[in-house]
Design a binder for this molecule. Structure first.
Ligand code: SF4
Length: 445
């Protein structure tokens, strides 16, 4: 599908999810209180992270869970591979886990002869297309059902041209069942780890984590250090926020608690740092660790909705991904942090009240201070700042732009040599168009 056709469709699809989130949030009278509590619990836990992680480990070990610690992605992958090798595992079923994406676990295991099957439907679709997820909750949101039908026809032998979602889901379920039945081990992520109980919680809408862990005797769970919360009384606050913020549902369909290995089986948790301690030590960025991966900031972000997740430079896209990506490799994340419009919509919807737009603004300052801004842009920004500093100069600037879009011949505006115009449909009469767009975009449902 062409970019021009995809953009408005993608925009509407994500905005629909955002509106569902708004309606669901309005049904909870104490919604803002819950957000405040979630933010405070996260801040408290992060301030005593070593204490809660050790507490989780002690209680988990007491429950019979084997706990491993990984400093980075390589160590995480080596630990997982070691466990699988000890059990002669040839095939793994995996439920959605952004941490395993971050660590590049699939290619790592596949290069060592272990077959990895993603079992979340959206994840399986992007895996069959050999591409990364474009959203953390809706991994295949960039694809239309006709594209999925063509993929399934080529890979799973479905009827040519049949794009009926019920039919496609039925075929996918049958295809995945065969893998569940023949897998040797299951890998899941961790949504929340409860320190007092030594248990962890995995949330899915498809029950694929439950099916995978029920059908195999070996379960490995990959967990970022920020997933820990103090006790069970805090869990309900996060689960109430998570489902509503993610998809507008009152509750995630399967909220499974794993406390001990099944009889005769093994349960492992790999606790991963992979740069998170560095984020914790960065005052203006530490709140990024409060993220519960609901995706709400993506659904509302005007840039994400129009550009899609694959246009971002880090595995997690959108506002939170831009902040996390900047803490990993600031130089490479320049496009992401500058694509933000600083509208603040992401911070307004975030269930744990992360100050996302402020973080991205702070990253821009660091980006400039460290000299990463290309000279052309530096001069452009300086000129822009000089123009906008005076109302008279600003009026001249906007007046010129307005008349330029009206009077200049279109072939000049859209000339291939004009990089700026090449990728834009310039407004006919800028101020009116902007006013209309502003009204549309700021209208609350
Ligand atoms: S930053 Fe907030 S809104 Fe975005 S995914 Fe994380 S918890 Fe959700």
């Amino acid at each position: 599908m062409s970019r021009e056709a995809l953009e408005p469709w993608h925009d509407r699809a994500l905005w629909f999810v955002r509106q569902k989130r708004d309606r669901a949030a309005r049904t909870v009278a104490e919604w803002e209180e819950l957000r405040q509590l979630a933010s405070q619990i996260k801040a408290h836990t992060m301030s005593r992270l070593d204490h809660y992680l050790e507490r989780f480990e002690r209680n988990a070990v007491r429950n019979g869970i084997q706990v491993h610690w990984a400093a980075d992605a390589q160590e995480h992958n080596r630990i997982v591979e070691g466990i699988l090798a000890r059990h002669n595992v040839r095939k793994v079923v995996k439920s959605k886990s952004m941490l395993t994406e971050e660590c590049g676990l699939n290619p790592y295991l596949q290069a060592r002869g272990i077959e990895v099957i993603d079992t979340d439907l959206g994840e399986r679709i992007v895996q069959l297309r050999d591409e990364p997820p474009s959203h953390i909750v809706l991994p295949a949101i960039h694809l239309k059902k006709e594209e999925v039908a063509a993929l399934f026809e080529a890979r799973l032998g479905t009827e040519p041209g049949n794009a009926d979602p019920t039919y496609l889901t039925y075929v996918a379920r049958k295809h995945l069942r065969e893998h569940f039945l023949s897998a040797d081990a299951a890998i899941t992520g961790v949504n929340f780890a409860v320190a007092d109980e030594g248990l962890f919680v995995v949330c899915t809408n498809e029950g694929n984590a439950d099916l995978g862990t029920a059908m195999t005797d070996l379960h490995i769970a990959s967990m970022g250090i920020e997933k820990v919360i103090p006790s069970l009384e805090h869990l309900g606050i996060f689960t109430r926020l998570l489902a509503r913020s993610a998809t507008g549902q009152p509750v995630t369909t399967y909220t499974s608690h794993f406390k001990r290995p099944k009889p005769g089986g093994e349960l492992h948790v790999v606790i991963v740092d992979n740069g998170r301690s560095a984020i914790l030590g960065n005052e203006s960025n530490a709140q990024a660790l409060h993220c519960i991966r609901c995706g709400a900031c993506m659904n509302t972000c005007p840039t994400y909705r129009r550009s899609g997740g694959h246009s971002y430079g880090y595995i997690v896209p959108g506002p939170i991904g831009s902040s996390l990506g900047a803490s990993r490799d600031l130089k490479r994340s320049g496009a992401d942090i500058y694509n933000c419009t600083l509208c603040g919509s992401c911070s307004n919807v975030c269930p744990t009240r992360i100050d996302l737009h402020r973080q991205l603004y702070a990253w821009r300052k660091v980006y400039v201070e460290r000299g990463h801004l290309p000279p052309k842009k530096r001069w452009l920004y300086r000129a822009g700042a000089w123009m906008l500093r005076s109302p008279v100069r600003a009026r001249i600037l906007f007046g010129t732009a307005k008349w330029a879009t009206r009077l200049l011949p279109r072939r000049l505006l859209y000339h291939p040599a004009n990089v700026w115009g090449r990728t834009r449909e310039l407004p006919e009469f800028a101020p009116k168009t902007f006013a209309r767009l502003y009204k549309e975009r700021t209208r609350e449902p």
